[in-house]
Design a protein around this ligand. Structure first.
Ligand code: MN3
Length: 197
């Protein structure tokens, strides 16, 4: 059975940029709901039991059709959010360093060039979805709770949730302001760690 991972900081820790109200709702309600629905699908489907979330998402074709959509949406939601919490930190912001910084500079001209390109991708997501940075430092996006992992791609090293539930309480429908604020909480040491793996 899957369970809700603790936030690695307090609910109010990102408050200047993402309020306690959003963090509580997003973590306690939205993420928990993905887990509850995923667990229900798994408990109804013996052949899925004992598999990791990565094993489920990278083999959706082998998931019985009766629960495939649930595993895709709610399993995807569990996977994406589990990483999202760690990709943020109250000590975040600043700029990446080392090989990651060099790679981003090479590909996007500068750190700001990367931020602009990634932000544009995040704004372009139609409806609900995610913007991603992949290990080859390319930028992409997915609708709903999909992940590049589901289509044979690598695990993203950074992702931004652009569902309205991630920002509506603070920013109403102004996704641009949310994206701009989010750069202040990005946990670059964590992204660097994933990049070097
Ligand atoms: Mn979300």
């Amino acid at each position: 059975m899957f369970s809700l991972p603790d936030l690695p900081y307090n609910y109010d820790a990102l408050g200047k940029y993402i309020s306690k109200d959003i963090m509580e709702l997003h973590h306690n309600k939205h993420h928990q709901t993905y887990i509850d629905n995923l667990n229900k699908a798994v408990s109804d489907t013996p052949e899925l039991q004992g598999k990791t979330i990565e094993e489920l998402l990278t083999n959706l074709d082998s998931v019985p059709e009766s629960v495939r959509t649930v595993v895709r949406n709610h399993g995807g939601g569990h996977y994406n959010h589990s990483h999202f919490w760690v990709w943020m930190s109250p000590d975040g912001g600043h700029e990446p360093s080392g090989r990651l910084a060099d790679g981003l500079k090479e590909k996007y001209g500068s750190y700001q060039g990367f931020v602009d390109t990634f932000s544009a991708q995040a704004l372009k997501v139609f409806g609900s979805g995610w913007a991603w940075l992949l290990p080859d430092l390319s930028i992409t996006s997915s609708p709903n709770q999909d992940s590049p992992l589901m289509t044979g791609g690598p695990a993203p090293i950074l992702g931004l949730d652009v569902w309205e539930h991630a920002y509506y309480l603070d920013y109403k429908s102004n996704r641009g302001d949310y994206v701009k604020a989010w750069w202040n909480v990005v946990n670059w040491p964590e992204v660097e760690k994933r990049f070097s793996e």
